[in-house]
Design a protein around this ligand. Structure first.
Ligand code: F6R
Ligand code: MG
Ligand code: MG
Length: 363
């Protein structure tokens, strides 16, 4: 069995919250190279999405393994030192705790991990987003694994016809539910359609029970009890064979859907698919980005990455996202560009509102 772990954190932005500094990535590479040499890791790839440092790792230790999580945590700590030396913006911002206790869950970094038996051909797609929150994967995952208008394989491929099971997490009440597509799609959409509260954690093939996708659902604002930045989630998707084809997995991102998390984590904006190099959210600190690193696994070795959105066929999605960005921005501080009031509770707005509390009188 092989485990694919993606652990990420914003440990400092360059410039502002727009990008990651090459020296930080270099430091992370040093750590993971050491871990590969000592055989803790089978393989790794260090990359970034905007201001988020992404550690992509394969190993044989299973999910939530203490050694792997500790190594990732120590890597982030050491990278924070580099970030502090360079006085990068918000150095160490996602490291919410100063004592490691078993695994990084609940400590600030985002985690997506899956363990599986590697197939004869094992294409994996790793999605990474910046300036948005964990529920951003809900609609893309629904389209990949439940929508025949996106994934024709659900209709005409015999090995997908039985559908997929979605594990949905209530990120506020800390509860989960598993629902089956296609028979329970109406029930599923009741929850998935509210991505601020419900996030798809994992998807399983209904025939084989094999894991098909897993995402990070860590909610930074819920952990810290105050606004400390956006989740900037990641998602791993297995492809081909009994899973959607690579093109079916990427297709949902051809429509730049509105997601929350733009500027001060307080605005809705279009999710723009770009190359990794172009994940440099600069316009009004955005618009939100999604990148995708594709790999073929070979006995745990990460053959790749291929920068999947570095493709002309996503140019129109980028243009559309640009247009939508102009339109949304024209609303300025008004909803629905600004998040709905209940969501603003998880931003810095409550402190400002508090000052005016006494000025409110009865009508
Ligand atoms: C959005 C984001 C940025 C910051 C903004 C203010 O997720 O990261 O839009 O919220 O640049 O940043 P600070 O408070 O660090 O000055
Ligand atoms: Mg940042
Ligand atoms: Mg970020």
């Amino acid at each position: 069995m092989i485990t694919l772990s993606v652990i990420k954190a914003d440990i400092g932005g360059y410039v502002g919250h727009s990008e990651s500094h090459p020296l930080v990535l270099e430091k992370a590479d040093e750590w993971l190279a050491k871990a590969k040499k000592s055989k803790t890791l089978v393989d790794y790839h260090v990359t970034k999405c905007g201001d988020d440092l992404q550690l992509i790792m394969t190993h044989e230790r299973g999910v939530e393994d203490e050694t792997i999580h500790k190594m990732a945590w120590d890597t982030f700590l050491d990278c924070t030192k580099v970030a502090k030396e360079l006085k990068l913006h918000g150095a160490g911002q996602d490291l919410l705790s100063d004592a490691f206790s078993g695994n990084v869950k609940g400590m600030g970094p985002g985690v997506a991990e899956m363990e599986f038996e590697e197939r004869g051909s094992e294409p994996v797609l790793i999605f990474m987003a910046d300036k948005t929150s964990s529920g951003a994967w809900n609609m893309p995952l629904y389209k990949m694994f439940a929508d025949p208008f996106n994934t024709i394989g659900l209709v005409i491929a015999e090995n997908m016809h039985a559908g997929f099971t979605f594990e949905i997490h209530d990120v506020k009440a800390h509860k989960k539910i598993s629902l089956n597509a296609p028979d329970e799609i109406y029930d599923m959409l009741l929850f998935m359609g509210a991505p601020g509260r419900y996030a798809v954690k994992a998807v399983y093939h209904r025939g084989s029970n094999e894991i098909a996708a897993v995402s990070s659902t860590d909610k930074l604002s819920m952990m810290a009890g105050r606004y400390v930045g956006k989740d900037d989630p990641v998602c791993i998707v297995r492809s081909q064979g009994e899973f959607p084809a690579v093109g079916e997995v990427l297709e949902p991102f051809s429509n730049p859907i509105l997601v929350e998390g733009w500027m001060r984590g307080s605005h809705n904006g279009p999710l723009m698919p770009t190359s990794i190099a172009q994940s440099i959210p600069s316009r009004f600190d955005g618009p939100p980005r999604v990148v995708c690193a594709g790999f073929q696994l070979s006995n745990g070795k990460l053959v790749g990455p291929r920068d999947m959105f570095d493709d002309l066929s996503f140019d129109r999605a980028r243009e559309m996202a640009g247009e939508i960005a102009y339109y949304m921005r024209s609303h300025g501080p008004f909803e629905p560009h600004r998040l709905p009031l209940e969501e603003m509770e998880y931003t810095t707005m409550p402190q400002v509102a508090k000052k005016l509390e006494k000025r409110f009188t009865d009508i």
